[in-house]
Design a protein around this ligand. Structure first.
Ligand code: 5GP
Length: 243
């Protein structure tokens, strides 16, 4: 069954297949992780399953506050049905706290709150689309900052991708891709522990536990999958690194 589907695109962490109806696609989440433009590669066991669930959860909640997204429904452990869009060639990074490339570029220490939220664009889109994109990015940030704060996670920054859907001659911008610890920096509010892909990028270890911990706090795992008895013990990885 899987083999008969036509593959539309394969990226680093996801595969897109043609969907059951015109205008739809199936988004498959892989366990593969890459960093530094693909120079660093690994498999994080179970990452695809967890990112599928986290992204489903976030997009569903964003839909509820009126942010249009490509998400239709989750199909199974690793796949979701999405609307087909023309991806707008723009990457939107929203930053609340200095970390990663902005710390390097501007010499701001990691963890220093920015005086106000910064939105960075790497883009090619028209003015009207940019208006829609920036207003949606701000709403997504306000909503997600609160959503993560409620589970004791600080939303440091994240990346968004948008798509264009056509209705005759008119086009509309909707949120696409995924929202998961692969494209967000998520720090525990109390300990500052990183609960995102930086664990992989920076060889901190415990990436599986970190992704699970985010899913667990969002209430997405059943007890067998990582209930209270299995609360991520990231201190183990700290000790292994001799800290
Ligand atoms: P930075 O520019 O500091 O490397 O990244 C800022 C934020 O955007 C981080 O949350 C990072 O995870 C996300 N981000 C930026 N570019 C990419 C990318 O190509 N892939 C992924 N997964 N995340 C990205």
């Amino acid at each position: 069954m899987m083999s008969r589907r036509r593959q539309i695109y394969e990226g680093k962490a996801k595969i897109l297949y043609e969907g059951p109806e015109p205008g739809t696609l199936i988004q498959y989440f892989k366990d593969d992780a890459t960093a530094f433009n693909g120079e660093k590669k690994a498999t994080i066991n179970g990452k695809g399953v967890i990112n599928n669930r986290i992204s489903e959860y976030v997009f569903t909640r964003l839909n509820h506050i009126g942010i249009p997204t490509h998400f239709i429904r989750r199909l199974n452990m690793r796949e979701q049905l999405i609307r087909q869009v023309e991806i707008i060639p723009i990457e939107v990074v929203v930053r609340n706290v200095a970390a990663g490339s902005i710390s390097k570029r501007l010499g701001i220490p990691e963890g220093e709150p920015l005086p106000h939220t910064l939105i960075e664009y790497y883009y090619w889109a028209n003015n009207e689309e940019m208006q829609d994109i920036s207003s949606m990015a701000i709403r997504v940030n306000d909503f997600m900052s609160g959503m993560f704060a409620a589970i004791n996670i600080r939303l440091i920054d994240f990346k968004l991708e948008f798509g264009r859907i056509w209705d005759g001659d008119y086009s509309r911008v909707i949120l696409a891709d995924e929202i998961s610890p692969d494209g967000c920096r998520l720090w525990d509010m109390t300990t500052g522990e990183k609960l995102d892909k930086d664990r992989f990028r920076r060889d901190l270890g415990g990436e599986e536990e970190a992704y699970q911990e985010v899913a667990r706090r969002l209430g997405l795992l059943t007890n067998e999958e990582g209930g209270p008895s299995e609360v991520a013990d990231l201190s183990k990885h700290r000790k292994l690194r001799g800290k």
